[in-house]
Ligand binder design. Structure first.
Ligand SMILES: C[S@@+](CC[C@H](N)C(=O)[O-])C[C@H]1O[C@@H](n2cnc3c(N)ncnc32)[C@H](O)[C@@H]1O
Length: 252
């Protein structure tokens, strides 16, 4: 096994038990469901998928975006470096009678042609991978249209990450580290790949684990509506969802 393959982003998600428990861990309970809906809805609004479009979900995991994209009429390929996570996604797709393609692939080096997809999505992956700039380059390489992905921005409560990680670890020893990014850095990487940023959306003002602690989706959405009205989410919210479109330079 290479050193890179020992990185937690491979090791952690390779475990079949973890894959089976992933949805419950991340999106279980009323607050988890509320956040799941918020994420999926936000992605679908930004993507605005059309029937028959080809969509690639990189780091699809248990199919959070792949399944709704298929339901929206897209022809979907779900890829992930973890066979265990894709197995979960395929089990869910089968249960819902949803026809999706699955392929185990490393996002750093996709065995896929240039510009083969109208839509390329990637949720909760950039923060974990060994080489984020390489992942952004691959997302862009295979897209002939839109790229939408998310990341934890440094301009948010993530600034307190070292302290927050210690707190989170106390509640959940399985918590693993993740990277945070400047919005400017992400925009620059996209521009380098010939992509133009069309929308930047921040989802929550309060950290997700605070909402979990509140254990009341009603209170959470009320508070978040208030912070949004006050303009705080736009400045300091997380995660950031970013939509960019392939925009080759003309006249070269
Ligand atoms: C936090 S999960 C997110 C799953 C799903 N996109 C979601 O939002 O629920 C991260 C996923 O990225 C996958 N992953 C990690 N490193 C990867 C890589 N280098 N290439 C492809 N997938 C990777 C993991 O196996 C895991 O399924």
């Amino acid at each position: 096994m290479t050193k890179a393959r020992e990185h937690y982003s491979y090791r952690y998600y390779r475990d079949p038990n973890r894959a089976r428990e992933y949805d419950g861990d991340r999106y279980g309970g009323a607050t988890g469901q509320w956040f799941h809906e918020l994420e999926v809805e936000s992605y679908l609004q930004m993507i605005a998928p059309r029937k028959g479009q080809r969509a690639l979900d990189l780091g699809s995991g248990t199919g959070k975006l792949a399944l709704p994209l298929e339901s929206a009429g897209c022809r979907v390929l779900a890829t992930d470096s973890s066979p265990a996570m894709l197995l979960e996604a395929s089990r869910k797709a089968k249960e819902s009678k949803i026809g999706i393609g699955f392929a185990v692939m490393d996002g750093h080096n996709l065995a896929l042609p240039d510009g083969g997809w109208d839509i390329v999505v990637c949720s909760r992956v950039l923060m974990h991978v060994v080489k984020p700039e390489r992942l952004v380059a691959e997302l862009c390489r295979v897209s002939r249209g839109k790229v939408v992905f998310d990341f934890p921005p440094s301009s948010s409560w993530n600034l307190l990450k070292p302290f927050l990680m210690r707190l989170k670890k106390r509640g959940n020893p399985g918590t693993h580290p993740y990277k945070i990014f400047g919005v400017r850095w992400v925009k620059r990487e996209l521009r380098r790949q010939g992509f133009r940023v069309k929308e930047v959306r921040r989802l929550l003002f309060l950290p997700y684990f605070v909402h979990r602690g509140l254990a009341s989706p009603r209170l959470s959405s009320l508070l978040e509506r208030l912070f949004r009205l006050l303009g705080l989410t736009r400045l300091w919210g997380a995660p950031v969802l970013i939509l960019a479109v392939n925009s080759p330079v003309v006249g070269e």
